[in-house]
Design a protein around this ligand. Structure first.
Ligand code: THU
Length: 164
């Protein structure tokens, strides 16, 4: 029962493409992700990542990676930002900017983060940036094609009642 409630809740999340974001807004969002990167707790990898997530309401939540001595407990910057926003009541997102220290390559979200972004819609934008502020824009859908998402949970399934 709880699961059904959760599904209908998840299905109300709308896609908000940020095609209309001004260059200035994009630049600001990338700057905010670079600032967030400075908070990275990454004594093991020494790989700093920052994220800045723009909500439909134009609120920005930032995040950094937070590693742990028990290494599988670490969390990525993108997920920190998403979890901060969701825990504050924000679920509709226009865009997220991600920053790292990679000089010659834009930072690309890991598979797990792509799935977490996809939970909140497929048609919104991810700005993959370099330290010089240059970026590549991708939609969540482009980063995670053929996804498994909340709508799949709600789809018709074969009858398993005789097995339960
Ligand atoms: N990391 C992120 O925070 N986001 C990404 O998009 C890629 C990887 C973190 C996880 C870990 O703390 C460090 O970077 C090295 O993998």
């Amino acid at each position: 029962m709880d699961q059904v409630k959760f599904n209908s809740e998840a299905m109300h999340i709308k896609d908000h493409s940020s095609k209309h974001l001004s260059q200035e807004t994009v630049k600001k969002l990338i700057n905010q992700s670079q600032e967030a990167k400075k908070q990275a707790y990454c004594p093991y990898s020494k790989f700093r990542v920052g994220a800045a997530l723009l909500t439909l309401e134009n609120k920005v939540f930032t995040g950094c990676n937070v590693e742990n001595a028990c290494n599988n407990l670490g969390v990525c910057a993108e997920r920190t930002a998403i979890f901060k926003a969701v825990s504050e009541g924000y679920r509709n997102f226009k865009a997220i900017a991600v920053a790292s220290d990679l000089e010659d390559k834009v930072i690309s979200p890991c598979g797990g983060c792509r799935q977490v972004l996809r939970e909140f819609g497929s048609n919104w934008d991810v700005y993959l940036s370099k330290p010089d502020g240059s970026y590549v824009k991708k939609t969540v859908e482009e980063l995670l094609p053929i996804p498994f998402g909340p709508e799949d949970i709600a789809m018709k399934k074969v009858d398993i009642s005789h097995e339960c």
